[in-house]
Design a protein around this ligand. Sequence first.
Ligand code: HAM
Length: 414
Amino acid sequence: MSKYQSVRGTRDLLPEIKSVFRRIDETALASAQNYGFKEIETPIFEFSDVFHRSLGETSDAVSKETYTFTDRGGDQLTLRPEGTAGVVRAFVSEGLAQHIPLKYYYYGPMFRYERPQKGRYRQFYQLGVEVLGLESALADLECLDLAWSILKKLRLSNRCILEINTLGDTESRQNYRQALVDYLTPFKEQLSADSKVRFEKNPMRILDSKDEGDKKIIADAPRMESFLNESSKKFFSDVLAGLTKLNIPYKINPQLVRGLDYYCHTVFEFTTAELGAQSAVLSGGRYDGLTETLGGPKTPGVGWAAGVDRLAELCSTELQPASHKSPVALAALGDSAQLEALAIASSLREKNIEAHVFLTGNLKKKLEKANKLGAEKTILIFEQENGSFEYKIKDFKTGSESAGSREDMMNLFS
Ligand code: HAM
């Protein structure tokens, strides 16, 4: 075994799986474009403060999971654990507020120092969307509809369910938070170590705890829905009515609070029963206060991100390879004939034809490789004594072989 392995929690995306990732990205991007989203790419690292301020000090992503380092200039930088903070930072620092509403799509690697397991990596890939500048529940619905349409295109919609909840507006959340603290105070000493910290800093995250002891305590805790003010109730009921109108099945999960601190109103996760503990394949929600937290003008926002590693795990067997024309193979004998093969292949490739030149092995081996590749036709090139070339075309479908000029070969594929 080699001394060097990939770092724990990271992996090499070898061609087979990489092609599934690419197909997922292409499918999602094409759908997002149909919904009027434009692609954006922000840097993989940002000043650490961008994440500390936006995701919240108590979120796991910031408190335990960041890859943070000081660069040679003394700046504190963090590899992005998610995409929303960077997009919102770009919105603020690029002064894009006068262009709202804005609808962005992104794809790329994210980094979290989590305990690796199936479906959970330290470098993983997200594709996501963010809508900035729309406060209506219709924006939440358009995002959810896009998510559903992508899952349908990937043929995953019957294997996922939308779980949804509301965190209400600031006023509703403050009232609820107080009620929750009052309820939890007598149990404080029985809470898990993590939840004791959350009790002080962000008690609503305790609802999300996976600890069995915490779960028992939470079972009888007051519910958010009793603390929603009228406008928050209306917002949520508009979202739910819209889901029904759009034929998107959902399940209300009152315990869904999400791990990042920036959310308000709608929060949701599309989950699957097929990936064990890592059940969320696509999740997001509304974040109306985030632009201000990063020093920008008050701008409502809503969006989601999907875990591409998890989508790929689910759909690698479902996803058909992109239908494309059968490749052309070139088999030549002798150095100058090989070079001629490269030149012909180059012209074919310029015409957007996939062409493969086999540079090793005898003619029989080359033909075997061409057959294995799925090439219907193979161009054979032989060097003549006078330095010119003889060209033949072998058709694997019919088994025929015919001679011709260089032009004849090229014309066969135009
Ligand atoms: P998140 O729930 O932290 O939300 O991550 C979104 C998705 O990324 C998850 O549903 C999951 O599929 C995938 N994911 C998260 N961590 C890992 C991991 N360690 N390994 C593999 N996949 C993972 C966000 O990141 C928000 N920025 C989503 C959002 C966008 N909210 C509003 N806009």
